[in-house]
Design a protein around this ligand. Structure first.
Ligand SMILES: [Zn+2]
Length: 248
């Protein structure tokens, strides 16, 4: 189950892309927002709908630096056709892109991880689901290393890489039906679209300090949105004993 490719064939294209128009901060923000502090007091424990993830490989990915060191920018990775699919709650989503934040955006019980990766999925009707993977500083992630090495270092640069299994590097644990925290929030960058189904995975992965430094160097002041009000929401989790049982 762990036979992931260690290869990226080549960084074959570096292109200048036109800078996108950036919406004013806060514009379009309505409805309950993200990120949040996933606190025991506003969570409950229940069995959660099963996640079924499908990955396609190999894929050609475009890694794009959307504008470091702007704190609303990131390095965004997209593949066409999409590199993966997610089925949950009777709905199918295609992976549109994934990107990184430093430090993490969500807190778990007040604790902030070193980084957070967001996998943005979209259903045919346009509804969004984001899977968040938290990253701690620790052992190097060998599978992710060639991807981090290929990261475009300047704003508006993109790098195209061939990857045999891009999502396997970080999504492999899906196959074991990972524990998670789920709630409805928003995108954390403009236009802050609400109604987003968030799935924050409970298990973290790790990057080495050197791996983190590659991304942190692009965003020395971070690229995160501040914690948003809980607004009466309840986070449902299948992490045992994290909180009270749902329904009590
Ligand atoms: Zn994000």
């Amino acid at each position: 189950m762990h036979r992931l490719s260690r290869h990226i064939a080549a960084a074959i294209l570096i292109a200048n892309l036109a800078a996108p128009a950036v919406a004013a901060a806060g514009q379009g923000a309505s409805g309950p927002q993200s990120p949040i502090d996933i606190d025991r007091g506003h969570s409950c424990v229940a069995a959660l709908p099963r996640l079924v993830a499908t990955r396609r490989s190999p894929v050609t990915e475009v890694w794009r630096n959307t504008g470091s060191p702007d704190h609303e920018a990131t390095v965004r990775v997209a593949a066409d056709p999409p590199a993966g699919m997610l089925e949950v709650d009777g709905r199918s989503y295609q992976l549109r892109q994934y990107h990184l934040h430093v430090p993490a955006e969500h807190k778990i019980g007040g604790i902030l991880a070193a980084m957070e990766i967001h996998y943005v999925f979209e259903a045919a009707d346009g509804s969004l689901a984001v899977v968040a993977r938290l990253v701690d500083e620790g052992p190097a992630n060998a599978e992710f290393d060639p991807l981090l090495a290929a990261m475009p270092a300047k704003r508006d640069l993109s790098v195209t890489v061939q990857s045999a299994d891009p999502l396997g590097h970080v999504l492999q644990p899906w196959l074991d039906q990972p524990k998670s925290y789920r709630y409805v929030g928003s995108l954390t960058t403009p236009p802050f679209t609400s109604g987003v189904a968030w799935i924050v995975l409970a298990d973290h992965i790790s990057f080495s300090p050197a791996q983190m430094a590659r991304f942190k160097g692009l965003f020395p002041h971070g690229n995160v949105r501040e914690i948003q009000p809980i607004d009466g929401r309840t986070v449902r989790t299948d992490v045992p004993n994290f909180s009270r049982p749902c329904g009590d």
